[in-house]
Write a protein that binds this ligand. Structure first.
Ligand SMILES: [Zn+2]
Length: 174
């Protein structure tokens, strides 16, 4: 059964999904218009989309970022203050999107923020959809407080909150 697409019709535009977008199962990763950065492939090899990915690695279009684009991402994220909140993979996603004039699919605030700074189009992938596939924890980078729900800033110290995938042992209700 085809799952309903929840991202807007992007026509012929190249889409660059982040890990959580792919984990929703609603990104057409085998499409000619989809490029999956190698860092994202690496993260998913350890997740539940593993089988889908590994069976289709010869079909999926991948890219690794050129250093000149990574430098642009570092520069922009330093400017916006998002640098400490971006993982290596996050930066790869933005760099690949810049190089290929792609549209980033991600719900991550910092990632979206840097895209905005760099003039890169982005779309959220629907936090409700993500919840079906992956459990996230929310962590304050200032004081280390953990939260169960998404929020803009830490209620204790005011630092920004970043999201991290919970391990199976943390997220399972058994
Ligand atoms: Zn805090």
């Amino acid at each position: 059964m085809a799952k309903k697409s929840f991202i807007p019709d992007l026509g012929e535009k190249i889409i660059i999904p982040d890990t959580s977008a792919i984990l929703t199962g609603r990104i057409e990763i085998l499409s000619m218009n989809c490029i999956v950065p190698l860092g994202v492939i690496g993260e998913i090899k350890h997740g539940r989309m593993n089988r889908v990915m590994s069976h289709n690695l010869n079909v999926i279009k991948t890219a690794s970022p050129k250093e000149e684009y990574m430098a642009l991402v570092r520069e922009a994220s330093r400017k916006t203050g998002d640098l400490p909140y971006l993982s290596q993979t996050d930066m790869e996603i933005i760099a690949v999107a810049k190089e290929y004039f792609g549209v980033v699919i991600s719900d991550d605030y910092s990632l979206q923020n840097v895209c905005s700074e760099m003039g890169i189009e982005y779309h959220g992938c629907g936090i409700e959809a993500i919840k079906e596939s992956i459990k996230w924890g929310y962590l304050c980078r200032g004081c280390g407080a953990k939260y169960e729900s998404r929020m803009e800033s830490c209620t204790i110290c005011g630092h920004r909150i970043t999201r991290y995938p919970l391990r199976e042992s943390e997220s399972r209700k058994s």
